[in-house]
Design a protein around this ligand. Structure first.
Ligand code: ADP
Ligand code: ZN
Length: 731
């Protein structure tokens, strides 16, 4: 060991805190000394703040003023690889280390003393007096071998009052012990319910095994149509990882998918794994945080923030549905969980599996370039075949005003209802109508805080801004001209489509699946289960249904507006539409029945629509790759978005112009800056937004140049600057 790992009492240490300071601060090691990586509490002004011992102190501070670390927290010290991960992730995303550290300490009560609880197990000898109640207690303990129980558990199981147990404990016949409240998770059994894999599944599992056996870094793109068994294959990789005694992490894009997945893990490994996301209780989060550090949790299923858990020996990270846009954090620290998974794995010698039916162009290009291994599952498991896909040319359909279901789609749905099969009507828009307009004066109802129209939600009986979440009641009179009863909805949302379906098929049972119609992830899960069991004839859904749910009776998917995603200037519009349409279509015909997907479109000859219909994925990617290469945009060039915002419009433009003028550090590396321009949504929550775009060649080390460039300016007043490396969307 070349660098110092333990600091004796009084030695100078650098402590990185979670406070927004631009450096680690010097302190002296407390009584008993401390390890590098120790989680500590240090005095900062009048307060005590949490931090981590990052290394030896810098010693550039008046020694007399240096204070001692207040105390060392009772958790496993941060491992070197975690510290390296936070540093590198921070450098990549241009995020201060203090903010990265906050991500890594997102568990409550880490500074609490270890909380203990009393448990009771079989002791020695016989009680002074044998009563029936006492015998029952001892019988329970004997039945369960060496197991220990809490007072409540034991007295309930024996059917006695707690005083009986306490009486036995006093005599030592029952032994009372203190154990930590944060208990390890039950061990998973990799051999519990092994499945026989199909031939191409077995080939893929074998290819993953090689990397896991070697215990080295590697990333694999596991591509296969929905239902081809990608999950089966990566669960085998999890099993191999557990056999090696290492830990595994599976990231899912959507909390609503977790419950279904946990059940599947339990069926495969015998017990449920740890579950980490915003819906998990605080106590459970603290338990997971501590247990992954001690090796008491072998498998974590989680949202993207699980990447920052202090795993003791992480050997595998699976990113399921790797193309999903929710992996990109869009507020706070701007990071893409897929890229961070690869970074973390490369530091801790782990394998990454990126699973998707429709990979991102980034991952596709990395596989093409040989950076990732690529594995393919070509057919669906069992009988299921991919649905047939057809366009409905809306130019030839007669659809009345205010209606969106074409006669062709209507006939197909009716035919399914007759056969007792399910149909899905897909529209990627929440609410009732995207725009509310006054028929008298033409005024659109906008959000007061944002440059966005308010979306009518009939279910909530309110207008909602999808940018800031602001809501207001639907006004009686037009706010502009004051006429009453003139406001009318324009365009369809999922609720309006449901209304149309109810009118078209009055006998049918409808189920609407949109995230804002469910109060909790649990309610949503119940809704999904009921549908899967046949509790609906027609499902009307938003993007939510595109993600992984399994509806065996579903044989028809009707996409109401396939052109929606193709509008707008977004770099990834084509890619998104392609992925979404393929994913949605993939919901049909997942069991023995054959599926059909119908895409309503006004531009059936559009190249993206054509490649979706032809199922020509390689062709689509190659064409898309060529276009992006020609334009020098990601993944063939580097990009960063800069968003400036302030309540004062002049202030944002002044700073934007100054940034554009003083672009020396960028020019030095051959990068160009574009803008400032008003952001596509020029005002959110009352803040005016201006963006600049930086483009550079692929090989350029952009981050240091960006840091130097932005570092020339001090942000005054209420102005904010956010740097988004590899922006996913331009909003
Ligand atoms: P994907 O993750 O690619 O969508 P899944 O792994 O979920 O596919 O597989 C689809 C369905 O087929 C699941 O119900 C799964 O249990 C089943 N399945 C896939 N492979 C096998 C196998 N080898 N043995 C038994 N069932 C399988
Ligand atoms: Zn708003």
């Amino acid at each position: 060991m070349t660098e110092q790992d333990f600091f004796e009492e009084g030695a100078l240490v650098a402590v990185q805190t979670t406070q927004p300071l631009d450096r680690a601060l010097d302190y002296t090691a407390p009584e008993g000394g401390c390890f590098r990586g120790a989680f500590v509490e240090v005095p900062l002004g009048p307060r005590k703040v949490p931090g981590v011992v990052w290394g030896p102190g810098r010693g550039d501070f008046d020694r007399a003023k240096i204070r001692a670390v207040s105390r060392v927290l009772d958790v496993a010290p941060m491992r070197r690889e975690m510290a390296a991960f936070l540093e590198r992730a921070g450098e990549y995303t241009l995020t201060p280390l203090s903010a990265m550290l906050r991500l890594a300490m997102r568990a409550p009560g880490l500074s609490d003393p270890p909380s203990m609880r009393k448990v009771f197990r079989l002791g020695e000898g016989a009680p002074d007096r044998q009563t029936e109640a006492r015998t029952r207690v001892l019988d329970v303990l004997k039945d369960y071998g060496g197991l220990a129980f809490t007072l409540k558990e034991l007295s309930e199981m024996a059917g006695v009052t707690s005083s009986v147990v306490k009486g036995l404990a006093k005599q030592g016949v029952v032994r009372e012990e203190d154990t930590p409240r944060d208990m390890p998770f039950a061990r998973l059994d990799p051999e519990y319910a092994k499945r026989a894999l199909t031939e191409d599944q077995a080939v893929a599992a074998e290819a993953l095994r090689a990397g896991i056996e070697a215990g080295r870094y590697g990333t694999t793109l596991l591509r296969g149509v929905t239902g081809s068994g990608k999950t089966e294959v990566y669960l085998e990789a999890v099993a191999d990882t557990l056999r090696k005694g290492r830990q595994a992490l599976v990231l899912l894009p959507e909390i609503a998918l977790t419950a279904e997945f946990l059940t599947r893990v339990e069926a495969r490994f015998g017990v449920k794994p740890a579950e980490w996301h915003s819906g998990v209780t605080m106590t459970e989060r603290r338990r997971i945080w501590k247990m992954v550090g001690q090796g008491g949790a072998e498998l974590v299923i989680g949202a993207r923030s699980a990447l920052f858990l202090p795993f003791r020996d992480l050997g595998l990270i699976v990113v399921d549905e790797e193309h999903d846009t929710s992996y990109k954090q869009e507020d706070g620290v701007l990071y893409n969980a897929r890229d961070m998974a690869v970074l973390r794995a490369s530091i801790c010698e782990a394998q990454v599996v990126l699973a998707s039916a429709t990979p991102s162009l980034e991952s596709w290009a990395n596989a093409q370039a040989g950076k990732y291994q690529r594995l393919e599952l070509t057919s669906r498991f069992g009988e299921a075949v991919l649905p047939e896909m057809r366009a409905i040319d809306m130019r030839g359909e007669e659809v009345p005003r205010g209606r969106w279901v074409s006669p062709t789609l209507q006939r197909e749905v009716s035919a399914r209802i007759e056969k007792g099969e399910q149909s899905l009507l897909f529209i990627n828009r929440r609410g009732y109508a995207p725009v509310t307009i006054c028929r008298a004066c033409g005024e659109k109802i906008n959000c007061d805080q944002c440059d966005a129209t308010m979306v009518e939600h009939r279910f909530l009986k309110r207008l909602v801004c999808h940018q800031c979440g602001e809501t207001k009641p639907i006004p009686e009179a037009c706010p502009a001209c004051g006429k009453e009863g003139t406001l009318a909805p324009v365009g369809p949302g999922v609720e309006r489509l449901a209304e149309e379906a109810a009118a078209l098929w009055p006998e049918a049972r409808l189920a609407v699946l949109s995230s804002d119609l469910f109060a909790s992830a649990r309610a949503l899960k119940e809704g999904i289960n009921a549908i899967a069991e046949g509790g609906a004839d027609i499902i009307i859904g938003t993007q939510l249904v595109a993600k992984g749910h399994n509806f065996p009776l579903l044989t028809l998917v009707g996409v109401i507006d396939s052109d929606l995603g193709l509008q707008g200037s977004d770099l990834r519009a084509a890619e998104r539409t392609f992925q979404l349409m393929r994913q949605v279509a993939g919901r049909a015909g997942r069991s023995e029945r054959k599926g059909l997907a119908l895409l309503q479109t006004f531009q059936p000859e559009h190249p993206v629509i054509r490649s979706i219909l032809a199922g020509d994925e390689e062709g689509f990617w190659s064409a898309e790759a060529r276009e992006r290469q020609a334009a020098g945009v990601p993944p063939y060039g580097r990009m960063a978005g800069i968003i400036l915002s302030s309540p004062d419009v002049q202030q944002v433009f002044d700073l934007g112009n100054a940034l554009a003028r003083q672009d020396g550090p960028l020019r030095a590396v051959g990068a160009q800056v574009y803008g400032p321009a008003p952001a596509p949504i020029a005002r959110i929550r009352g803040r005016h937004r201006v963006r600049l775009l930086v483009k550079a060649d692929k090989g350029v080390r952009l981050q240091p140049a960006l840091a130097e460039w932005v570092g020339q300016f001090r942000l005054k007043g209420d102005i904010r600057l956010a740097v988004d490396i590899d922006p996913q969307s331009f909003y």
